[in-house]
Design a protein around this ligand. Structure first.
Ligand SMILES: *Cc1c(COP(=O)(O)O)cnc(C)c1O
Length: 447
């Protein structure tokens, strides 16, 4: 069914749509957010779903450790550090006038996750493992959940997976995650990549035995072609970034892991100690899954904001208009193009948008030029490298301190006098695999 879309009318009626259509930086509070109790009645996913994912990842840990020895120090659990970044907090104050007061600022370093070097190591790897477990149980490679999963690295298992394909459409990092895990198990891994995808990611995948097919068009075209190719082949499995529940749930496990890290850092999350989290958003799966996990765990005491590039703010457009995947940024006159390749998505996941509606606190959008500034400032102040896409999250922390919108939100939540006890987490989503020459180019990029 073709939907009549009157963008001019939406611009008049919804102020943020007018502002984002002009590619302005905006800070938006989600008017449809509800308390957690109400939200739960509207979301079909539950905490049991998260526990199921967590248990599956534990079953696979011995195999992961065998396939990727870099995961040995965490016994095959792919997890990242939580680092406090007090010097960067000072930079946000002195350079941007964003004073977080006595609150603590942390960086969740999914930028350093093993195997994929990005947040996609969570969802992407989980989905490949889930699919492989399903196949292995169906065809008797595993006798049950208590079997020895390292059997899946045997020559017989590899030959079995080798008769099968795993395919995905990607702007880059999802392809790296799915490609690396699939190839490691022996699958024929095929990644359909959009024009935005960086050359080094294509090279990296090819060097690891993954087939990369390139498209002149955008991410949507790469996904459509990948899906069509896969659907035509009964031995092929397609990872659907826009609608996959497995992918989404793989990200959600981040919360229970973070909980232990916050406790170790002496951070309490309760009514007196709010937690504010800022995550870069592309199609929505990664930030959405992480948010779902955090809200299940901390309920109304965690406040999550997404960050998107001004030209590719698809999730914000979908949420603000209520049209979700029925609208794309090009409908609003934007290009969808951005230096933040991990966020270069024009149309949001409808599934994720629906789940986020009652959960998400709001969004910020950010100009590309600032991403490079945040990247350099983090490097100079904390000696940590994260890729430009990741840096969008800093805009959330800045606007939490500065913007009238988020200050108003804090006031409305009754948190104004509790912000001195707050903790803020900037979720770094990618960076580890970026080759040094590319880092050097990033460091010298001034827009
Ligand atoms: C993919 C990605 C995101 C956003 O994830 P989505 O699931 O597309 O919303 C953010 N940052 C980086 C570096 C990414 O690769």
């Amino acid at each position: 069914m073709e939907m009549m879309m009157d963008i001019e009318k939406m611009k008049q009626e919804i102020p943020v749509v007018k502002a984002l259509s002009a590619a302005k930086e905006v800070t938006w509070i989600n008017p449809k957010k509800t308390d957690m109790e109400t939200a739960k009645t509207r979301i079909s996913l539950t905490n049991e779903d998260i526990e199921d994912v967590s248990a599956r990842l534990k079953r696979f840990a011995p195999l992961i450790m065998k396939l990727f020895p870099e995961t040995e120090d965490r016994n095959g659990i792919i997890e990242s550090e939580l680092s406090e970044i007090p010097q960067m907090k000072e930079v946000l104050k002195t350079v941007y006038g964003a004073d977080l007061g006595s609150a603590r600022l942390f960086l969740k370093r999914d930028s350093d996750l093993a195997v994929a070097g990005s947040v996609k190591a969570r969802g992407g790897i989980y989905e490949v493992l889930k699919h492989s477990e399903d196949l292995a149980l169906e065809y008797g490679l595993l006798s049950g959940y208590d079997d020895d999963y390292t059997k899946l690295a045997s020559p017989e298992a590899r030959a079995f997976f080798g008769e099968r394909k795993v395919q995905v459409g990607s702007t880059g990092n999802l392809g790296v995650s799915i490609g690396m895990m699939s190839a490691a198990l022996g699958y024929q891994a095929i990644v359909h990549m959009s024009a935005d995808a960086k050359q080094w990611k294509k090279d990296y995948l090819r060097a690891h035995g993954v087939t990369v097919i390139e498209y002149a068009g955008d991410y949507g075209k790469a996904v459509a072609q990948g899906r069509a190719d896969s659907d035509a082949d009964p031995m092929s499995y397609f990872v659907d970034d826009e609608n996959s529940k497995a992918l989404f749930m793989g990200y959600a496990v981040a919360a229970e892991r973070l909980d232990g890290q916050l406790k170790a850092a002496g951070v309490t999350v309760d009514e007196e100690h709010p937690l504010f989290v800022y995550i870069p958003c592309g199609v929505g799966g990664a930030p959405g899954g992480v948010t779902f996990g955090l809200k299940e765990l901390y309920g109304d005491n965690v406040h999550v904001f997404f960050a998107e590039p001004v030209q590719a703010c698809c999730m914000l457009l979908g949420l603000a208009t209520g049209l979700h995947s029925q609208i794309c940024v090009q409908d609003a006159g934007l290009t969808g193009q951005t230096h933040a390749d991990g966020l270069a998505v024009g149309r949001p996941s409808g599934f994720v948008g629906g789940v986020m509606e009652p959960l998400l606190s709001g969004e910020v959008t950010v100009e590309d030029a600032k991403l490079y500034d945040y990247m350099r400032e983090l490097m100079e102040s904390e000696q940590l490298f994260i890729e430009p896409s990741s840096c969008a999250a800093f805009e959330g922390a800045v606007q939490a301190a500065k913007s009238a919108e988020i200050r108003g939100y804090i006031e409305a939540c009754g948190l104004t006098d509790k912000m001195k006890n707050a903790s803020h987490i900037v979720w770094a989503t990618g960076g580890k695999l970026v080759p040094q020459p590319v880092r050097d180019v990033f460091m010298g990029t001034h827009l």
